[in-house]
Design a protein around this ligand. Structure first.
Ligand code: SF4
Length: 328
């Protein structure tokens, strides 16, 4: 009896996690870096959703933000530059039961990884994607990224960048099968958490662009938005975000936006000042690729070998009338 009781207590303890259960290595990001706020929001989400650490995976590419998996006490894969999406998709295809997150930066996602990004949107796999967009290459010490503002002086654009920045929201909303698109800023932690949580709860490819401060290389870039709350446009809707009384008082510039309306979402996404914050688009009806392909079916070594043989046989040149030729 005693042992049954202690086993139930043990099970209860096993099923409830605290913040510490998700805290991995001590972050090495610079003091004041917006990545710290994203990490805090994600660890809180894991606790509130009670995600089992052994069934949760963080996948990243290369860059400051891509150190993220090291700071989570879950499974993680610190991948190669621009390749976080195919790695995460591979994990999801093999183990659709896992919660899979992707942490990527503006260089990693919007430059070298852009082809993978576009197709990942179209595949609509159940991944929670956080784009840490600081508008500069931080890890390699200040080169212009695809989202850098026009005129930015950097090591690769010493006279100022001459190209208008790529807008990750309008790009995502322009791809077939986009199903969840949202935006947050690192300096409003309450809303950042709400947006990431809604993204996690969506079944499909949830894309959250977080406007992220890099105090090391662009310390003044978002100062006007920090100083003037009117420069943040809060998107509210019963099917999107609802603001707390405090947030509503501090950020009076609000617009009711139905996340089902893609045309309005595209119009809002193209606005950069004020910065729109909230759920821009949500369509839960788009099917996930892993469902269409029946992902996660058990694979035995014999089955894998037979599959390979079948593929190789396609290239065999069989003599006319050979009886051992497999049926087409
Ligand atoms: Fe953060 Fe910038 Fe430092 Fe990288 S260089 S850790 S983005 S503040």
């Amino acid at each position: 009896m005693g042992s049954a009781l202690s086993q139930s207590i043990f099970k209860l303890h096993e099923q409830h996690h605290s913040l510490e259960d998700y805290q991995g290595g001590v972050p090495r990001w610079c003091s004041g870096c917006g990545d710290n706020a994203i990490l805090a929001a994600v660890q809180r989400l894991c606790r509130d959703e009670n995600l089992a650490p052994e069934r949760t995976v963080f996948v990243s590419g290369i860059g400051c933000s891509s150190r993220f998996p090291h700071y989570m006490k879950t499974y993680g894969f610190h991948g190669i530059h621009g390749r976080a999406f195919p790695i995460a998709e591979g994990v999801k295809m093999a183990r659709p039961d896992l919660s899979v997150f992707v942490n990527t930066g503006d260089g990693d996602c919007c430059s070298i990884g852009s082809a993978h990004w576009i197709h990942a949107i179209r595949y609509n796999m159940n991944l929670t994607v956080i784009l840490h967009d600081n508008e500069v290459y931080g890890l390699t010490k200040k080169q212009a990224s695809p989202t850098s503002p026009l005129g930015l002086k950097s090591n690769t654009t010493p006279r100022g960048s001459v190209l208008a920045p790529l807008n990750p929201l309008t790009v995502t909303l322009g791809v077939q099968n986009a199903s969840f698109v949202a935006q947050a800023v690192d300096w409003i932690p309450e809303v950042l958490y709400d947006v990431i949580r809604r993204a996690y709860q969506h079944r499909g490819f949830s894309f959250v662009r977080v406007v992220q401060r890099c105090p090391e290389w662009l310390p003044k870039l978002f100062e006007p938005w920090l100083q003037d709350p009117g420069k943040t446009l809060m998107l509210t809707h019963p099917k999107g975000l609802t603001l707390s009384a405090d947030a509503s008082r501090i950020y009076p510039n609000q617009r009711e936006h139905d996340p089902a309306d893609i045309h309005q979402a595209r119009e809002i996404a193209s606005c950069t000042d004020p910065i729109p914050v909230g759920i821009l688009y949500h369509d839960p009806s788009v099917p996930c690729y892993e469902d269409l392909r029946g992902a996660g079916a058990p694979r035995t070594p014999e089955g894998i070998r037979a599959g390979l043989e079948r593929e190789f046989d396609k290239f065999t040149i069989w003599p006319e009338g050979d009886p051992s030729r497999p049926a087409a």
